[in-house]
Design a protein around this ligand. Structure first.
Ligand code: C2O
Ligand code: CU
Ligand code: CU
Length: 567
């Protein structure tokens, strides 16, 4: 029997002589060796890559140093609307080693689950693909070895398994996981393959002390979906992007969450394929941002509203301690102007919509405050003013008033950085070329890494993302220009500069107040005419990773490239 170097912190898959497999977390050589000897087990494999899923046996884990899951992508049904259940794809998981409380369901029928870990922990996921097509699991925002990143070249075939196994190196924050197969990410996420991975703070984290006492956690996955008249999910891949008719929060439409009279840390993931959210309180109160993609801010940031592109996360503080029982606070997605021509059947990009209502438990709210219906209305800041959708019953004026409350451009925090002062190591043009979106004119090629896509291990670099908007001469009689939301695997970054070339200024004015650049990010909105510069350090791992637009139809149609970190 060989015991591997314990400092490598690998896992041993130990097969008991009696039969079933036992998964053991190996942190300390002696205790593992002793345990193995005691049990008369045989260390028969070091699981480092594709491997069989556990076959459901007993489990030993070191004290909360490891979390080990058996997880599968399966076809299932979920009750998304009254009537027929909806066929969905989902991650089904169970804890095979470690604290069972670290695996949670979302509060709602879809999607999930939530995996809660802490920094420094080992996460091992024995994944099995029960779908009829290739998939991978990508750990969005996580700093993991290339073989663990769910790269499309590491596709898990139908019926096959893969052992994801890595140390959680990221600082506390709200991360997520989803498939990343070549050309099929959008379709798979849309059907329900998405979960949260939350790295919790240590209880003595000083940033927690700055937040209200008794803070509660409320994770919300916001996604737009279209269901047909028998409640089947409708999805069509279009290079312009797919927009669902209705907003679902944890799988619920017009979600109402019963809350305590307490302060909530609302962690919002925009898990939509293409829809950008402009989150604002319906009552007009300022939004208190306490965290971004990479965790808590040093100090809360106040905004009239916050922009959240697909793949981005934001953490908002909802302090409900002073509210009477039955009171409600509603979060809407406010109207903004969008010139991308991405047509939602009923709810265009930039259309106002209701997202979620927090209702304080207790007596019913006075004035029958229960009901709000979809708004489906595009405000006067939008390019489609006059388009009126469903929801004639909406509370009068609620969203219109918020638009009026937008501050003038001069007062915008994000307008302070318009200069082009920070030199970029790499410039990536987001460009529509021959009818598809490209990165510097290139589209995805699974095996290709261009010379200018090679980064040195340990390098600190500034990447400039330039949203060129559309060329003239599209033959549509107008300029077409949409946002992109750029994501870089492996690293976290800081937004160090935003510049705007002045085109599409009317659209920019409806979103600029809500861009939050204060914290760590891994995904960032780049508006038409805008240049966003981000600074990252490419430490820790070599290998091939991805950078791409997180609008999933853009990504699937090729708005993605490899980059490689070389020693
Ligand atoms: Cu959230 Cu490359 O992905
Ligand atoms: Cu990612
Ligand atoms: Cu894009």
């Amino acid at each position: 029997m060989t015991i591997p170097d314990p400092s490598r912190r690998r896992f041993l898959r130990l097969t008991a002589l009696g039969g079933g497999a036992t998964f053991v977390a190996a942190r300390r050589g002696p205790s593992l060796a002793a345990r193995a000897r005691r049990a008369g087990e045989r260390a028969d494999a070091i699981v480092d890559g594709p491997a069989a899923a556990p076959d459901g046996a007993s489990v030993v884990a070191a004290q909360d140093e490891i979390l080990e899951l058996a997880m599968a992508a399966v076809v299932d049904r979920a009750q998304l609307r009254p009537g027929e259940p909806t066929t969905v794809w989902r991650y089904q998981a169970s804890v095979t080693a470690g604290d069972p409380a670290r695996l949670q369901a979302v509060d709602g029928p879809f999607p999930g689950p939530i995996i809660r870990v802490r920094q420094g922990m080992r996460l091992r996921v024995a994944f099995t693909n029960h779908l009829r097509e290739d998939t991978t699991v990508h750990w969005h925002g996580l700093n993991v070895p290339a073989a663990m990143d769910g790269h499309p070249s590491a596709a898990v075939a139908p019926g096959a398994a893969y052992a994801y196994d890595f140390e959680v190196r990221n600082p506390p924050g709200t991360y997520w996981f989803h498939p990343h197969p070549h050309g099929r990410t959008g379709a798979q996420v849309y059907r329900g393959l998405a979960g949260l991975l939350i790295v919790d703070e240590a209880p003595d984290d000083p940033r927690l002390a700055a937040l209200p006492a008794g803070l509660r956690d409320l994770p919300l996955i916001v996604q737009d979906r279209t269901l047909d008249d028998v409640n089947a999910l409708v999805y069509t891949q279009s290079v312009m992007g797919f927009l669902g008719d209705d907003i679902f929060v944890n799988g619920r439409e017009r979600a109402v969450v019963d809350v305590e009279r307490a302060a909530y840390r609302v962690r919002v993931l925009n898990g939509s394929n293409h829809r950008i959210l402009k989150l604002g309180w319906r009552d007009g109160g300022r939004v208190t941002v306490v965290g971004t993609d990479g965790g808590l801010l040093d100090a809360p940031a106040l905004r009239p509203y916050v922009m959240l592109g697909p793949g981005e996360r934001i953490e908002l503080l909802a302090d409900l301690r002073a509210l009477p029982p039955g009171a409600e606070r509603a979060l809407d997605s406010l109207a903004f102007r969008d010139d991308s021509m991405a047509m939602g059947a009923r709810l265009p990009q930039g259309a106002a919509a209701q997202v979620v209502t927090l209702r304080v438990r207790g007596a019913p709210s006075p004035g029958g405050g229960r009901a709000w219906l979809p708004i489906g209305f595009v405000g006067r800041g939008g390019g489609r003013a006059g388009v009126v959708g469903r929801g004639e019953d909406r509370p009068a004026g609620a969203v219109d008033d918020r638009l009026a409350a937008d501050r003038p451009a001069a007062a915008r925090p994000s307008a302070a950085h318009r200069a082009d002062t920070i030199p970029a190591d790499r410039t990536i043009a987001l460009r529509l070329q021959n009818g598809i979106f490209t990165l510097n004119g290139r589209t995805y090629d699974m095996d290709a890494v261009a010379d200018d896509e090679i980064v040195r291990l340990g390098a600190e670099e500034v990447w400039a993302f330039v949203n060129e908007g559309a060329q003239a001469g599209m033959g549509m009689g107008m300029m077409m220009a949409g946002a992109h939301v750029m994501h870089v695997h492996l690293v976290r970054f800081r937004v160090v500069e935003r510049g705007h070339d002045g085109r599409f200024a009317a659209a920019y004015a409806t979103v600029a107040d809500g861009l939050v650049d204060e914290g760590w990010k891994d995904t960032v909105l780049v508006m038409p005419g805008e240049t966003v510069k981000v600074r990252a350090t490419f430490g820790d791992f070599t290998g091939t990773y991805l950078y791409h637009c997180h609008m999933l139809e853009h990504e699937d149609q090729g708005m993605m490239r490899n980059f490689r970190v070389d020693p």
